[in-house]
Design a protein around this ligand. Structure first.
Ligand code: ADP
Ligand code: MG
Length: 242
């Protein structure tokens, strides 16, 4: 069964068509890669799914339930969470406080003061930052700040995760480690879409790849097929390459 169904999604900003008639079905337990050059519309797709942006046209379903007109917190409460491309920890709070804060808004747990210390430890442990809980975000290396952002999403107890450029700014060892952690989320039963501007971190992680170019789906296939696809190579020629 499809967990996420995006059908005919179009998003215009004035005269700019950022996403053009884009459709995507994600099955339970899949890891799908969504790639495309910078500005191709990847983050806009996520922002439309999460109702950060209103869609211009098209529908979005999560577990068979139309979420197109839901508010963001309603979507999160239904089990869909997104880690955005930018990190935005609150520097006044340690890692633990940042994770806890993210469990507060609009959740039933807010009635009892958010997640317990044990729950916060568990969220952090699932992304291997449980030894950093007392550290301040502005003292953490970049890769750990990115992991904190993922821990915040885990604190909403998602059944599906949208990860926007999780590997950006990481070295190869950090990319490999994070790919292993994402693979573990799948083993725990999660469904995942990972955005990247190239194939780098995704090649060995994803089941299939969807390529966006100028807001349109350019190609879809296995990582091997996409790596060899001539049209995809050409779309990347002006940019940074696959
Ligand atoms: P990607 O994530 O693939 O790099 P984006 O989805 O961020 O691409 O952007 C796709 C296009 O939509 C770009 O031309 C970008 O400038 C435009 N865009 C994105 N968000 C907005 C916005 N809030 N207002 C106006 N234009 C936007
Ligand atoms: Mg983006």
């Amino acid at each position: 069964m499809s967990v996420l169904e995006v059908d005919g999604l179009t998003k215009r900003f004035g005269g700019l068509v950022a996403v053009d008639d884009f459709s995507l079905d994600v099955e339970q337990g899949e890891i799908v890669g969504l790639i495309g050059p910078n500005g191709s519309g990847k983050s806009t797709v996520f922002n439309c799914i999460m109702s950060i942006y209103d869609v211009t046209e098209g529908t979005i379903q999560f577990n068979g339930d139309a979420i197109t007109d839901d508010k963001t917190h309603e979507i999160v409460n239904k089990g869909l969470s997104r880690v955005s491309q930018e990190s935005n920890p609150i520097d006044l709070y340690p890692v633990a406080g940042n994770i806890k804060l993210f469990t507060l808004p609009n959740s039933i747990r807010s009635l009892r003061g958010g997640a317990s210390d044990e729950e916060i430890y568990e969220y952090a442990a699932r992304i291997d930052i449980e030894d950093k809980l007392q550290e301040m975000p502005d003292e953490l290396p970049h890769a750990d700040v990115r992991r904190l952002e993922i821990a915040k999403a885990l604190a909403t107890e998602p059944e599906m995760l949208l990860l926007d450029e999780p590997f950006a700014g990481m070295n190869q060892a950090e990319i490999n480690e994070l790919a292993g952690q994402i693979e573990r989320f799948r083993e725990e039963g999660m469904t995942i879409v990972v955005v990247d501007h190239n194939m780098g971190g995704l090649m060995n992680l994803v089941d299939r790849v969807v390529v966006l170019n100028n807001g349109e789906m350019l190609a879809a296939g296995s990582p091997e097929e996409i790596a060899e696809n001539q049209r995809v190579q050409e779309a990347y020629l002006a940019g940074e390459g696959l």
